[in-house]
Design a binder for this molecule. Sequence first.
Ligand code: FAD
Length: 293
Amino acid sequence: MKITDIFEKEGYSLSFEVFPPKTDTVFESVKAATEKIAELSPSFMSVTYGAGGGTSRYTVEIAENLRKKTNVPVLAHLTCVSSTRETVKRQIEAIKNAGIDNIMALRGDLPPQLENTDRSKWDYRYAVDLIRDIVSGGGDFCIGGACYPEIHPESPNQHEDLTHLREKVEAGCSFLTTQMFFDNNLFYNFLYKAREAGIKVPIIPGIMPITNANQVDRAIKLSGSFMPQRFKSLVDSFGGMPEAMKQAGIAYATDQIIDLFANGIKNVHVYSMNKPEVAQSICRNLSEIIRKA
Ligand code: FAD
């Protein structure tokens, strides 16, 4: 099923992002965690992809397992930053052969170990180049792209960022998912500006439940997201009490989701971090609001 068909349905829904294992040894436990999350009947699940390509096989294996064992539509991520056209073509074929209809087309970030590698053999510069290749490959995929309410860290300003975002949509992206944010006003402002810039496709807000204090620095470093004082106070008060921090982080994410639904957003994407208990708590908190897929 294509992700864009999901947005046609009535009611409010959640989708969940999971990440593939980095090694064989944890493959089964990651697979089991993703299956547990699928039991919550999210509107879809996305499986991330390592930008270095190291876990590429696992992305498709985890996504294919979900497709075969559950009714949940699946979105396989694909990055292009250090890839050749040949490796991308093979990965797209693997996604197709796994029966997956949806690809999240990303540039990715160069892992530190590849910083000094000869880049002349790599064929891609931006996600838009990958989107064009997926479209011209003729695989009839529903293609998603990433967007940044707080501007992508490499962009000089929002105007340029939105110009390039519109190029991705014009190239064939039929929905967008945002980077995590902790202040919904940043999302509402971004949505308004994206619409003004002529970007009309569905834009799905991405919410990251922060469930332990150590996650905070990593999340900010990865995303550059602004931490509102309300959230900082929560970490200051409960960061040293793991179970209390988990409860408070889930409550904060739930609160963000309810506000998004109340302001007209129909689907929210939750960065589950492969934690079924976190996904379950959020679904329980919203049990009277969200529809089952
Ligand atoms: P692009 O769309 O290529 O944009 C990157 C930068 O280049 C932006 O600043 C943009 O404005 C600029 N730009 C774009 N086109 C041009 C142009 N023609 N000329 C000049 N500048 C241009 N990473 C992973 O490794 N694996 C994942 O599975 C993954 N999933 C993600 C899911 C979501 C929802 C999000 C928000 C991010 C995800 N990322 C993932 C991280 C992502 O790969 C990084 O944020 C990366 O830095 C940018 O990827 P992009 O696809 O947005 O790149």
